[in-house]
Write a protein that binds this ligand. Sequence first.
Ligand code: FAD
Ligand code: NAI
Length: 462
Amino acid sequence: MSSYDVIIIGSGPGGYVCAIRCAQLGLKVACVEGRETLGGTCLNVGCIPSKALLHASHMLHEAEHNFATMGLKGKSPSVDWKQMLTYKESTIEQNTKGIEFLFKKNKIDWLKGWGSIQEPGKVKVGDDVHETKNIIIASGSEPASLPGVEVDEKVVVTSTGALELGKVPKKLVVIGAGVIGLELGSVYARLGSEVTVVEFLDVVTPGMDGEIQKTFQRTLKKQGLTFIMGAAVQKTEATKTKAKVHYKLRKDDSEHVLEADAVLVATGRKPFTEGLGLNALGVKMTDRGQIAVNEKWETSVPGILAIGDVIEGPMLAHKAEDEGMAAAEQVAGRHGHVNYGVIPGVIYTHPEVANVGATEESLKAEGRAYKVGKFSFMGNGRAKANFAGDGFVKIIADKDTDRILGAHILGPAAGDLIHEICVAMEFGASAEDLAMTCHAHPTYSEAVREAALACGDGPIHM
Ligand code: FAD
Ligand code: NAI
């Protein structure tokens, strides 16, 4: 039996970052992980593999659509799906091995196997019981199931199966126009699949700025994705190679069927707490199955904390990482802090979508006075040169104080540009502060400055 200051259960972005920070703060740390590799959902079957496929398929799109215009002639590449999956796997391996290296460097013990909490201060892994002063649960999430839809991970798949289909399907039906559905739907559309997205609501990516939602959906339609909106999926029927998706249109209750070679079920994720023994310990849960925590990430049982997808808040890797660092500070006797008002969200399609802070819709609901500065990438020289003029930057600022309240970007490198606004918001900057900051030319970031100018006297290039 070994003894630790902290045992973390789960090695996803929440768990592994927490482990490294704990070690940096001088604590004796172990991290329990049941998978064969470290890195959790994000590195193994989430962020990293999906971005590898998004990158490869975007390269194909560029070769097919824009190379000739730039004077790059020759046979356009064809898809070797097996090789693309090998590239994806090697990207995963480099990242998961990287975490293994960081664990060794920071002297963090990897306890291999599935962990359960016997009592506060005792974690069982296999036949061994390890003692610890603190336990941090970072057990993540798993795909939510849909009544009437049986996942076989071959024909009817979650995101995990969609990252390793046997072949590129001729027809793919995606259930859910959320982040996973649109990212992976884009991948297959670029690789030649006929992609139909069936969405329960009347808008894509619920919760996002309304103007972005509409423009984003239009952009994806232009890229060949078909949308069936306001449709409730009733059930799927699958054979070994094909599937049928039955859905009902909400507006008139009419029933329809789609045929597909593969169906991606992307209707959300739910916290994963199986086998942890939380019931017996009396750990309080929310009514959505999350572990309930206070502002210090402490659960209702002293000595047990929880972070990441398994608690409430956006299911994002960087949110889990921030909580991991903050919880480490807490158990080390410092004060951990996460500013939940400034957590960016990014969809890695092309163009990308990124957002932070308030939407017009949320401010209207609050009755708060605001102003909007917008700038189209059509007015940005770099974007035009790079065939990336679709989209815009929208900054929302307080009507009286000019303080930035939120930003929404659809366009090239949106996922990087948004951080300029995150930093500005962390410092309580006004739109004018951003507008007065010199931005290098020619860069996409000039569009951010122009949107900030648009909150005041107006942009220059529009
Ligand atoms: P996880 O990453 O889920 O890790 C939890 C780990 O705990 C798992 O490895 C699990 O095996 C282990 N575990 C659970 N219980 C036990 C136990 N009892 N004993 C031992 N080990 C246990 N987010 C982004 O921010 N950007 C993206 O681009 C992005 N892309 C995504 C793409 C896809 C397809 C998916 C599915 C998700 C994506 N996400 C993305 C979400 C992101 O993956 C999660 O928000 C993030 O992984 C959550 O981190 P976590 O540490 O809370 O949990
Ligand atoms: P999501 O919550 O983003 O979207 C689910 C969609 O399915 C919603 O639009 C919802 O209205 C729809 N839906 C629900 N039930 C339905 C039904 N019966 N029929 C039709 N549509 C239905 O969930 P998603 O895409 O599964 O992603 C899960 C989580 O993973 C998200 O919380 C997200 O934050 C995270 N993620 C983040 C990424 C990123 O940051 N780039 C990438 C991929 C995932």
